[in-house]
Design a binder for this molecule. Sequence first.
Ligand SMILES: [Zn+2]
Length: 249
Amino acid sequence: MLGSDFVRKVFCGIGIFIFIFIGINATAVGDGLDFLDIAESADQNQKVVYLTFDDGPSIYTRAIMEILNEHSVPGIFFILGESIDNIPESYDILNELHGAGHFLALHTMTHNRRSLYRLERSPQNFVDEMFELQRLIAEITGHHTNLCRAPYGVGGNFKAAHWKAVTSAGLYCVDWHIDSRDWEKSTAQQVYDEVSRGLKKKQDSNELVILFHENARTITALPQIIEMLQNEGYTFRPYAENHRFEGLR
Ligand SMILES: [Zn+2]
């Protein structure tokens, strides 16, 4: 009697378990699909912007990071190997950026135009420098990336041999849709105006990459630029490895 009672209880238990399991699963699948539908339809209309900062780390990096953090906006920092050597606390700065959720990407070790673009072995130099920096950033922060930006941009600098070398190395080099020209402007207002002009030209784009450098003008202009982008309906996104930007190689 004990035996059959035990068997009945076990079967009853299994039955209840299966019932609950199917119930949970049906709910989960249903919710999941609904959620995906919403996410996909939202994505199609969503205007997305990526803020990128070149040539750091620098004495300005922490101020830029603070502004981004205050506004809950992620940044992509294209790191220069030379800058890591030149700036005190550069290892700490890189770890703080990475820890705060900003994306560390590659911008060569030297930024040297001649070595990277003008010599016969430049395509290999370019890849070698990116790999050296890739290893260095991984050693310092544990972050590994294939995302890179060519110093001075790929336009006018990359020939077929560069593209071949970069592609076979598995690197993904991107320029930008809007250049803030903060490297040549003398005031924060001019940097703001340049981004504003760029936005008007690109108003049909749903995805924008904006180029900044680390300097005092950009720091002053950045909060208003973030506000302008928010008012124009842009969402700030963190970079996801293997994402491909619209219109950028
Ligand atoms: Zn640069």
